[in-house]
Design a protein around this ligand. Structure first.
Ligand SMILES: [Zn+2]
Length: 504
């Protein structure tokens, strides 16, 4: 047979459509033509494939070789097709007789020696190939992405010769397949661990509860108490994104100049823009509209340190995404909407100098300065925060004298995942995302509790929105302790997280 068909994939943003490599051998003057690739790419690819075949001990057919990449209208660039082209030539020239490659995909660049090299964007390709039942062959270095997917249909090969051995003997091929044991743990990014935070037990617990239900959190306290250190460690206690979330996030990043590193795809984003950032970079926009920090934090965390230092305008712009989980960017002709479903975490000092309430250092601010500082946070913005948590100054005795090492992020994450699993099984979303009828049904209160809540709302002049936030938080507190019903204790605790606000 002198015609072969081999499967591979192209890369288009974060999508990776299937590509068919058709190789045809015919009689006539020996030549090697590749149709469907840009001229420069063809030249390089031809050279690599030819040398790789010969240097691996295979025969390069002395016939007219025509390779066609189909369909014609999708972007096809780079060396990601090398391996598929080489396999196509082997198959068409009878060097793979008896081997069935109809359910295989090949995605790797070839070196002149026949070694396989990783390609950019292999993860989108692997994700799409999972939907087929194909076996996918990639460079050994790309096998680490199989770890992210937990996929057993992905094989990492060193070179062309090894690939052919494995194709001929599928039994042996299992040695180059991804397994949980051989997975490369390097992809578990070096995230700072929660055990680095000394003391601050109640703030740690609050972070865990916020992570469990996706609640917005404001940490306040004097400088140097570890507020931003705590906030930045939430990444380590949040569960990994699922494939759909990871792709949505990667798609948003692909609209910027800094696409997400593939190794980070499944890590929830953590964005912490500086307070000097403009409103446009915070919420998005510009002549060629780009996603802002609120969208880059989609499915992850937006952390604003020194919250009152952000411009009033920027803070007001946060209200829309905090309420609707999306942001509309007005343009000259039309309007675009980008997703912005993030967990909001903020930190602030109690006063401009930071030392109000400090046991030994005196605050140098006037009451007017303090008032002005706090007034920058409008009621509607504060209304959208579920938990106010004090991170107090602690003496060295507390922070350094702790006998037992604090719990690690991994230990805490197990509990966060359990609490989230309860929520997903029950309602298909996190407690912080409950609205309308679902909210009243899932956060159902007894008559006594309802009366209590009504009295409390009146007494503290809370908004309805704040009351709903308390109910959602109470639901998470119940889920964290594995209880089916919200108790009065959970409600009171939710209120305590809110009433700390009076100190702000
Ligand atoms: Zn002060």
């Amino acid at each position: 047979m002198s015609l072969s068909i081999v499967k591979t994939r192209a890369l288009f943003g974060v999508e990776s459509p299937s590509v068919r490599v058709e190789t045809h051998l015919s009689n006539g003057l020996p030549s090697f033509t590749v149709v469907g690739l840009p001229e420069a790419a063809v030249k390089e690819s031809r050279e690599r494939v030819r040398c790789a075949l010969i240097n691996s001990g295979f025969e390069f057919p002395m016939r007219r070789v025509t390779v066609n990449l189909a369909p014609a209208d999708i972007p096809k660039e780079g060396g990601r097709f090398d391996l598929a082209i080489a396999v196509g030539i082997l198959a068409a020239s009878g060097q793979l007789n008896g081997v069935d490659i109809s359910a295989c995909e090949f995605i790797a660049e070839l070196a002149l020696t026949g070694e396989c090299s990783p390609v950019t964007g292999v993860l989108p390709s692997l994700i799409e190939s999972l939907e087929s039942s194909h076996r996918v062959f990639v460079a050994k270095d790309d096998l680490r992405y199989a770890h992210l997917l937990g996929a057993k249909s992905i094989y990492g090969i060193e070179d062309l010769r090894q690939l052919v051995e494995y194709l001929r003997d599928p039994e042996r091929a299992t040695t180059c397949r991804y397994t949980a044991e051989t997975s490369d743990q390097d992809l578990d990014a070096q995230i700072d661990d929660l055990s680095d935070v000394l003391g601050q037990y109640s703030a740690r617990k609050a972070l865990e509860i916020a992570a469990a239900g996706g609640h917005n959190l404001l940490l306040f306290g004097p400088p140097g108490t570890g507020k931003s250190m705590l906030a930045s460690r939430i990444s380590g206690i949040l569960p990994q994104l699922n494939i759909k979330q990871a792709r949505d996030v990667a798609a948003l990043y692909s609209l910027t100049n800094t696409p997400r590193d593939e190794g980070d795809w499944f890590t929830p984003p953590f964005r912490s823009p500086h307070h000097s950032c403009s409103a446009v970079s915070l919420v998005g926009g510009g002549a060629k509209p780009k996603p802002g920090e609120v969208s880059l934090a989609h499915q992850g965390v937006l952390f604003l340190d020194e919250l009152p230092e952000f411009s009033r305008h920027s803070l007001e712009m946060l209200r829309e995404p905090l309420e609707s989980n999306a942001i509309s960017i007005a343009r000259a002709q039309h309007q675009i909407t980008l997703p912005a479903n993030f967990q909001f975490i903020a930190a602030m000092n109690p006063c401009p100098c930071g030392y109000l309430g400090h046991p030994t250092i005196a605050c140098t601010d006037t009451p007017q300065q303090i008032e002005q500082y706090r007034r920058k946070l409008s009621g509607p913005l504060l209304d959208r925060i579920d938990m106010y948590v004090e991170v107090p100054f602690q003496s060295a005795r507390v922070s350094l004298g702790a006998k037992e090492k604090a719990e690690s992020s991994a230990q805490v994450r197990v509990r966060v995942e359990q609490a989230r699993e309860i929520q997903m099984r029950r309602q298909g979303c996190l407690n912080s995302e409950l609205h309308g009828e679902d909210l009243s049904r899932i956060c159902a209160l007894s008559e006594v509790q309802q009366d209590w809540l009504i009295v409390t709302i009146d007494k503290l002049a809370l908004s309805n929105r704040a009351a709903h936030r308390m109910m959602r938080l109470a639901r998470t507190l119940a889920d964290c302790s594995g209880q089916a019903m919200i108790s009065q204790g959970h409600l009171s605790q939710a209120l305590r997280f809110r009433s700390v606000l009076s100190k702000v």
